[in-house]
Design a protein around this ligand. Structure first.
Ligand code: CUA
Length: 327
């Protein structure tokens, strides 16, 4: 009988694990704050109702011998079984609608966003393209999203293969990426910080290895970062560039300012400045880059990139150092 009480008693300690870079309980964006409020509203309402039901069950178990209780039970079934749940569900529905950004006029998607970011889900990584609001050239990147704090950003979400789902719990709710259509999501970061987004829809063998990091930056710093990304890296011609091209890496990857213009895999123009490697699964350094080139299929089963472990060790190290230098 104690089982029913143990769940709510343990809940605070379970929720204590929900802090950090991928938590809907530590909102850092306007939409996430709505989700957070809705969570507490539903949780406290649910707790009150649960206590009421437990009290009634205890009362009923004592009162059932009483022959005069029949009329009272009839009323209880009508109110407790029909009227009360209908009222609660209607209230929850209304509150949820009121919180939904597409319905609130002040955050309507029609608000001209200063920045649009297109994210395309791929097995098993993210193609990211920035469309600055001032009409300057689009900037292509991958597996990391940077955005300015205090400015509404419109995401257009697509997929080229199967259904993925885009989710930055710290900033807002999730949205599916469906082949053949464009979904829209509007987010506004309210605090600078580093967050994590997972793929939230099972999409194949390495679904669990498909993530990205999110950096919410002050608008000035973001502007500088984006204009730097619009140019090619200073180290674009460094040693290693020849090995990269000679081994055919440019057939699948683009490095701005070189002959590498492939679009099958992630754009590597500034890969050295990204926080993670392999779509949010490894720290980004020369050793992990070399390992990814050598055995991508072991790090990320089902990846499209072929393994290049047959290359001379020296070549792999040179290419890894070159890529890490692309900042
Ligand atoms: Cu992409 Cu799960």
């Amino acid at each position: 009988r104690l089982g029913g009480f143990a769940v709510p008693a343990l809940l605070p300690s379970c929720l204590a694990g929900c802090s950090g870079i991928q938590s809907a309980l530590e909102p850092a964006g306007e939409e996430a704050a709505s989700v957070f409020n809705l969570f507490w509203f539903m949780f406290s309402g649910g707790a009150i109702i649960w206590l009421g039901v437990v009290a009634l069950v205890m009362y009923a178990s004592r009162a059932r011998q009483n022959p005069h209780s029949e009329r009272a039970s009839g009323l209880l079934i009508l109110w407790g079984g029909a009227i009360f749940p209908s009222a609660v569900l209607a209230l929850l529905l209304g509150f949820t609608f009121w919180l939904m950004p597409g319905i609130r006029p002040w955050t309507a998607l029609a608000d001209a966003p200063q920045l649009r970011i297109e994210v395309v889900g791929e097995q098993f990584w993210w193609r990211v393209t920035y469309f600055p609001g001032d009409g300057s050239d689009a900037v292509v990147s991958a597996n990391e999203i940077r955005l300015p704090v205090g400015q509404r950003v419109e995401f257009t979400l697509k997929s080229n293969d199967v259904i993925h789902s885009f989710w930055i719990p710290s900033l807002g709710g999730k949205m599916d990426m469906i082949p053949g259509r464009t979904n829209r999501l509007s987010l506004l970061a309210t605090k600078p910080g580093i967050f994590r987004g997972p793929c939230a829809e099972y999409c194949g063998t390495s679904h669990a290895l498909m993530a990205f990091s999110v950096v919410a930056m002050e608008p000035m710093a973001f502007g500088k970062w984006l204009s730097r990304c619009a140019k090619s890296s200073e180290n674009v011609a460094a040693a290693g560039s020849d090995a990269f091209l000679a081994n055919g890496c440019g057939a699948c990857h683009t490095i701005k300012g070189t002959e590498a213009t492939g679009v099958i895999g992630p754009d590597l123009s500034h890969v050295g400045s990204r926080r993670t490697l392999g779509a949010g699964i490894l720290p980004n350094n020369e050793a992990t880059i070399a390992r990814f080139i050598t055995e991508p299929d072991r790090i990320k089963p089902g990846v499209q990139m072929p393994a290049f472990g047959m290359l001379p060790h020296q070549d792999i190290e040179t290419i890894a150092a070159y890529l890490k230098g692309l900042k």
